[in-house]
Design a protein. Structure first.
Length: 191
């Protein structure tokens, strides 16, 4: 799993435009229509309020389901520690709960590519570890994950590679394991 550590605006925008299907592109070496490209990737925004539209937490997942399966919704909400909030309006949740809810929506959508922008914002240690474990599971399922983060602990415990982007280009790409001090130096430099 790669973890872009720093983006200037142009780098972040280029990655998002290409992976979200907003520019002409290819998937598995073949041209893919815009509508199909958009279904291949999902972006979990740093500002979760821009992604939540349901009347309650359970409906938020139903809005994004391809087929009705309440058992699957219950399982996903329990995975993220949100089952007890299933009847609450998303706007009434804490920042960390909203962050976990947008991750739950991503699970329902089941994209091949998942882009997470600062996924640990608003999370306590327990829920950060919950997200880390789940992302590693998704990685083992051969999902492509991009984690945009400045959270050193999360990057070290979750990501296999670090990529530093600057001015629209990849300036560094290295394995996280064995390069923790290099990772920390990059993160400190980007602040």
């Amino acid at each position: 799993m790669k973890a872009p550590l720093y983006f200037d605006f142009r780098s972040k925008a280029v990655i998002l435009i290409l992976t979200m299907g907003l520019a002409p592109g290819f998937y598995e070496g073949k041209p893919v229509a815009k509508r199909r490209r958009r279904k291949k990737a999902y972006y979990v925004m740093q500002n979760t309020d821009c992604q939540l539209f349901g009347e309650d937490v359970r409906e938020e997942l139903r809005l994004n389901q391809t087929h009705e399966d309440d058992h699957e919704i219950e399982k996903i909400l329990k995975r993220y520690g949100l089952w007890e909030y299933k009847d609450r309006h998303p706007a009434s949740l804490s920042g960390g709960q909203k962050q976990r809810l947008t991750m739950a929506v991503a699970d329902v959508m089941d994209p091949d590519i998942l882009i997470l922008d600062e996924p640990t914002s608003g999370l306590d240690g327990e829920n950060m570890r919950r997200i880390s474990v789940h992302l590693k599971q998704l990685s083992r399922l051969e999902k492509t994950l991009f984690v945009i983060t400045h959270d050193y602990e999360f990057a070290v415990s979750t990501c296999s590679r670090a990529v530093v982007l600057s001015k629209g280009c990849c300036s560094l790409d290295f394995p996280v394991y064995g390069n923790e001090s290099r990772l920390l130096a990059c993160m400190e430099e980007s602040i």
